[in-house]
Design a protein around this ligand. Structure first.
Ligand code: CA
Ligand code: CA
Length: 189
C-alpha cells in the first residue's frame, strides 16, 4: 500500500510543495541514529500510522489541522513544545519507516526526505531547534513553527504552492547555509 495515495494525482507544483513540506519536517527532525532502544519495526509502524493519517488529513483539511497533527506526533511529552530529544525520536521513527518504504515512494518525496536526512546528519538537530526557537526556551512552540506561514482555510500542500502564503526569504534565513536546499527543491517554480 502506498503511503502517499493522493500524491501521484496532484499537479507537479503541488507535489513539489508537498516535498518541500516533507523536507521542512525532515530538517526539524534530525540527528543521526545511535543505539536503538525501540525496535526498528515498531518505529517504522509508528511513523507509517502517522503518515497515513497525515496524508488523508493534510490534503483535505485546513493547513492548521495538518500542522497540529504533526506537532502532536512529535511532542511526545505533550508540553506544547518540541525539544531536541523529541525531534531525535521523530527522526529515528522516520528513518526506520523510510528504510522500509522508500522503494515505493514517489521520486520527489524520496529526494526531499533523503536530502533532509542527509543535511541533518551534518547540521545536527540543535541547529534547527535554534533556528525556530524565537524566545530561546529551547523548545519550538507551534506558533514558532508556523512563523513563516500565512495559514488560511486551504490545505497545507496547496498553501505551500502559493508563494504569497510562505515567507521563503525568512525560511531561507533561518536555514542559513542550508537554505540553498529550499531553492533546489523549489527550482523552476
Ligand atoms: Ca515536548
Ligand atoms: Ca521557544
Amino acid at each position: 500500500m502506498s503511503s502517499f495515495p493522493r500524491l501521484a494525482t496532484l499537479p507537479p507544483k503541488a507535489c513539489k510543495a508537498a516535498a518541500v513540506g516533507l523536507l521542512a519536517f525532515a530538517l526539524l527532525a534530525s540527528a543521526p541514529s545511535s543505539a536503538e532502544e525501540t525496535g526498528s519495526s515498531e518505529r517504522a509502524d509508528r511513523f507509517s500510522g502517522y503518515i497515513t493519517q497525515a496524508t488523508n488529513l493534510c490534503f483535505a483539511l485546513p493547513a492548521m489541522r495538518c500542522v497540529e497533527h504533526g506537532f502532536a506526533f512529535a511532542d511526545r511529552n505533550a508540553d506544547q513544545g518540541l525539544s531536541a530529544d523529541e525531534l531525535t525520536e521523530v527522526d529515528r521513527d522516520m528513518r526506520a519507516w523510510w528504510e522500509k518504504s522508500r522503494e515505493r515512494l514517489p521520486t520527489q518525496a524520496n529526494l526531499a526526505i533523503g536530502l533532509g536526512l542527509l543535511t541533518t546528519q551534518y547540521a545536527g538537530h540543535a541547529y534547527f531547534v535554534r533556528a525556530w526557537d524565537e524566545d530561546g526556551d529551547g523548545l519550538v512552540s507551534i506558533d514558532e513553527l508556523i512563523a513563516d506561514l500565512s495559514l488560511d482555510e486551504r490545505p497545507l500542500p496547496i498553501l505551500l504552492s502559493d508563494k504569497n502564503a510562505v515567507d521563503w526569504e525568512s525560511l531561507r534565513g533561518r536555514l542559513g547555509q542550508y537554505g540553498a536546499l529550499l531553492d533546489r527543491l523549489r527550482g523552476g517554480s
